[in-house]
Design a protein around this ligand. Structure first.
Ligand SMILES: Nc1ncnc2c1ncn2[C@@H]1O[C@H](COP(=O)(O)OP(=O)(O)O)[C@@H](O)[C@H]1O
Ligand SMILES: [Mg+2]
Length: 397
């Protein structure tokens, strides 16, 4: 039962009294007033759409929960205004291991830049530099996830695909008249569709210098121009993050030596990048370069453990608490110290090769969780618990 609010009730009573008085003095006028209010009521009712025939109703009213959809859609296009730097940093640190100095600094800078949003520049232009396989690309992805909570807000570009000078066309569109020039460039289209986003320019040094220069207006003027139709697409809500392995050894050392002095580190790193063929106008437009350190000691074990966990998740398997044999992780640390480059990626891949068959088998036997044991140079998968029968038949069905 819906209780009628007092306001409308009073106004209805008042109108009835008014009509009765009017009917006594002038019946025609009363008739006219009644007809008029009937028409008005009809208009109001049909406006809310609730009593319309199915075919006039909004599809969304009919087929979904429109209010909830509208709310989520609103959240999607929400602008980031302020963030809690401390909270963001601690969330990032739980997913990106051993890069605390870079993460703290990124969080603080982002907070400042979001608060002081400039109307003619992107929110930020950051560069993550350091050796391969230490979490640069990973951090950019995790950051997008933490800020926007949605994969759609990350625009990923593998810059090694733009090694030729004419490659910019596929990012910024192609002049009219070219074959296939009807479609937008991938960068301009992405920014047009989701302007509040992270644009990840992965391994930036591998793109052609001409491609690098095309980014300057995006960073200096706050827009990019789509070549095919000359449309301006704003970049003022975007966070540009480029990653680079250039001069990684030197940058790794600078990061270690100048951990407590980020300003000096930034200056030295920019010089190292300039020696590695980064154009001065590009470097001068980068707000900050964050140096990533080579992973060491137990941090290697942490990353390998996380990687192993996410591998198991791909097979819908959990690792039981304490379920990874320390010997496996110790071996990973030793392997990392022996190899010079390649980072954790190679090690995670080696473990993947060793456990894939075991994981598949465990899955087929209805395992819910598993343990991993080192056995000589191999890894053995042992089932720790099984799925309940109902879950199993759901899996099979
Ligand atoms: N510091 C780290 N913390 C957590 N995972 C990491 C870290 N470094 C590397 N990884 C894992 O290794 C993979 C490769 O790292 P990536 O970020 O691509 O390296 P790069 O520094 O070369 O960009 C990532 O997908 C991630 O799962
Ligand atoms: Mg990378």
């Amino acid at each position: 039962m819906m209780a009628m609010p007092l306001g409308p009730l009073m106004s209805i009573l008042f109108s009835i009294a008014f009509m009765a008085m009017l009917a006594k003095t002038s019946p025609t006028l009363a008739l006219l007033a009644t007809a008029l209010s009937a028409i008005l009521a009809l208009i109001i009712i049909s406006y809310t759409g609730r009593y319309l025939p199915r075919w006039i109703m909004d599809v969304l009213d009919r087929l979904t929960n429109k209010a909830s959809l509208e709310a989520s859609y609103g959240a999607r296009s929400r602008k980031l205004v302020t963030i809690d730097a401390g909270l963001l940093a601690s969330r990032l640190k739980s997913r990106v291991i051993g890069q605390n100095a870079a993460i703290d600094s990124i969080a603080v800078q982002l907070r400042r830049r979001l608060a002081a949003q400039r109307s003619d520049k992107p929110v930020a232009v950051f560069c993550l530099a350091g050796p391969p396989g230490v979490g640069k690309t990973h951090l950019a992805k995790v950051l997008a996830d933490e800020l926007y909570g949605d994969k759609g807000h990350l625009h990923f570009f593998d810059m090694s695909q733009f090694g030729q000078s004419h490659a910019a066309a596929s990012l910024f569109g192609q002049a009219r008249g070219y074959v296939g020039s009807t479609s937008y460039g991938s960068l301009t289209a992405a920014l047009r569709d989701t302007p509040n986003c992270i644009v990840l320019l992965d391994e930036f040094e591998k793109a052609h210098p001409d491609v690098h220069k095309r980014f300057l207006t995006a960073w200096n003027d706050g827009f990019v121009t789509e070549t095919s139709d000359g449309a301006r697409v704003s970049t003022t809500e975007a966070i540009f993050i480029m990653t680079t392995n250039a001069a990684s050894r030197r940058i790794g050392e600078i990061a270690k030596e100048h951990e407590s002095d980020p300003v000096e580190a930034d200056r030295l790193i920019k010089r190292a990048l300039s020696d590695a063929q980064f154009a001065p106008e590009v470097l001068s437009r980068i707000d900050t370069v964050f140096a990533f350190k080579p992973l060491s000691g137990l941090d290697i074990a942490r990353v390998v453990a996380l990687e192993t966990e996410s591998l198991c998740k791909q097979y819908a398997l959990l690792i039981e608490d304490g379920g990874i044999d320390p010997a496996i992780l110790l071996r990973a640390i030793e392997a990392m110290q022996k190899q010079s480059d390649g980072g954790v990626r190679d090690i995670a891949r080696a473990i993947e090769r060793q456990v894939t068959d075991g994981l598949l088998e465990a899955r087929e036997n209805g395992a819910r969780s598993i343990r991993l044991f080192a056995e000589g140079q191999n890894v053995r998968v042992e089932i720790a618990s099984f799925l309940a029968t109902a879950e199993r038949s759901a899996e099979v069905g």
